[in-house]
Design a protein around this ligand. Structure first.
Ligand code: ZN
Length: 166
């Protein structure tokens, strides 16, 4: 929702929870964020009870991963944002991990998402599929209409055919 550039001499001069967490945990773009780490992240019982959107894009569990990036990650993994984490098979967890790594790498490689602008007002080169511009349009994989819904203080975009709820 926001970003910032700050200048400060020492860490204790800058007391911001987002910054502290981002420094503590591995970025999903690094090798330290591997499949074992991802599985450990999802393993606590409190996290298992959550929907995938709540598990992956709240509480800064994964630094920098927000709702906007999550929509294509879940679509690429054929998983619904409301799907409960504890209903995922081992194969689905692996698909989710692969999609998370690959989708974020592609977004980075292309200079960010088309739905956001850089400091010079230029949109990113990664064409987002699951976003407001495609609400009501056909899913590129199967042709089913993409549906926008309000969920947990934000919008989710889903294909009812590709993204299983259970
Ligand atoms: Zn579809």
């Amino acid at each position: 929702m926001y970003g910032g550039i700050y200048c400060f001499e020492t860490n204790d001069e800058f007391d911001n929870p987002y910054y502290s967490i981002a420094k503590e945990k591995p970025s999903p773009l690094t090798e330290a964020f591997d499949e074992t780490y991802f599985e450990q992240l999802l393993s606590p019982e409190a996290v298992q009870k959550l929907s995938l959107k709540a598990a992956l894009a709240t509480e800064q569990r994964i630094p920098g991963l927000g709702n906007g990036s999550l929509q294509d990650i879940l679509w690429n993994a054929n998983l619904h944002p409301k799907r409960k984490t504890n209903t995922l098979s081992d194969e689905e967890v692996q698909n989710l991990y692969n999609s998370l790594k690959q989708t974020l790498a592609e977004m980075t490689r292309m200079g960010g998402r088309s739905t956001e602008k850089d400091l010079f007002g230029q949109p990113g080169g990664y064409r987002v599929v699951m976003c407001v511009a495609n609400n009501g349009k056909p899913c590129p994989k199967c042709g089913t209409t993409i549906l926008k819904q309000a969920y947990m203080g934000g919008s989710i975009y889903t294909c009812s055919c590709c993204q299983a709820l259970s």
